[in-house]
Design a protein around this ligand. Structure first.
Ligand code: ATP
Length: 257
């Protein structure tokens, strides 16, 4: 059975901060945004444009000042802290530029971190994590520690950890920012393959890189907290498709980002 509701939906969402002088400053102000199941959306925009705020709101780390946010059919915007913790654990996979792997834990333990920390899944976590590592071509690293891996390998483990438990949404903040071009391709391919397909996982990926954005189904440009432009890519990135990448680069240049 397929879901008819969007995987991610924002309606009249605002996130304001007090600027310290008693004035409200909008970090994010989005009238409407819908992302369908199985789609990867890239978020671009200058520093301070609200990219991280958007990820934090969708991921249930932060709460909006006003408006409705639904993720996987759940009303995230009305959740209290305890509900948000459960929501994050059961529905969201996060990938950050700085990996955030736990140095004292092995690759397989880092992959299953959410289960180990919550104590939810007994001893099944190891078997489940090994299956995922095998699927992602990381099985050989399972019992190594993060400091025994290269940067590219660490980020691949961070992707594995984000995909553990088959989350409804994957939220990636500059996932390829610190990688060379070969590892960038590997990590983007892992993220792309995890989104869509049978799992119907959806993703938001913040990036400054037109090449990384070319892997998305859609690119959204933010400025001063609002959506100023969007590019629909119809068919996502194929290795070696110069025309596709050129189109994305031209759009980046035209939106002055
Ligand atoms: N906790 C906070 N208190 C006050 N203002 C905040 C807070 N968090 C974010 N902001 C402001 O909200 C705006 C959007 O911030 P956000 O971190 O979402 O931008 P960004 O696009 O992710 O930037 P960068 O690319 O530099 O990471 C900025 O003006 C920022 O200063």
């Amino acid at each position: 059975m397929t879901n008819n509701f969007p995987a991610i939906s924002l309606k009249s969402v605002r996130r304001h901060y007090d600027d310290g002088a008693g004035n409200e400053k909008a970090a994010l102000d989005i009238a409407e945004l819908e992302i369908q199941p199985g789609k990867l959306v890239a978020i671009i925009g200058p520093s301070g444009s609200g990219k991280s705020t958007l990820l934090q709101l969708v991921g249930g780390i932060d709460s909006p000042t006003a408006g409705c946010i639904d993720v996987a059919g759940l009303r995230v915007s009305g959740m209290d802290e305890k509900q948000k913790t459960i929501f994050r654990r059961e529905n969201v996979g996060f990938i950050f530029q700085a990996f955030h792997l736990v140095p004292s834990m092995t690759v397989v333990e880092n992959t299953a971190l959410s289960s180990i920390v919550s104590g939810q899944r007994g001893f099944r976590w190891r078997a489940d994590a090994l299956v995922l590592l095998e699927q992602l071509g990381l099985f050989e690293y399972a019992d190594r520690f993060p400091d025994q891996l290269s940067g590219g390998q660490r980020q691949r483990v961070a992707v594995a950890r984000a995909l553990f438990g088959a989350p409804s949404v994957v939220l990636a903040d500059e996932p390829t920012g610190s990688l060379d071009s070969r590892n960038r391709d590997i990590v983007l391919r892992l993220i792309r393959d995890a989104i869509g397909g049978d799992r119907r996982t959806s993703g938001l990926m913040v990036t400054h890189d037109p090449y990384a954005a070319s892997y998305a189904d859609r690119i959204i440009a933010l400025r001063d907290g609002t959506i100023i432009d969007q590019l629909d890519l119809n068919a996502p990135h194929q290795e070696g498709d110069a025309h596709h990448n050129e189109r994305v680069r031209e759009w980046f240049a035209a939106t002055s980002l």
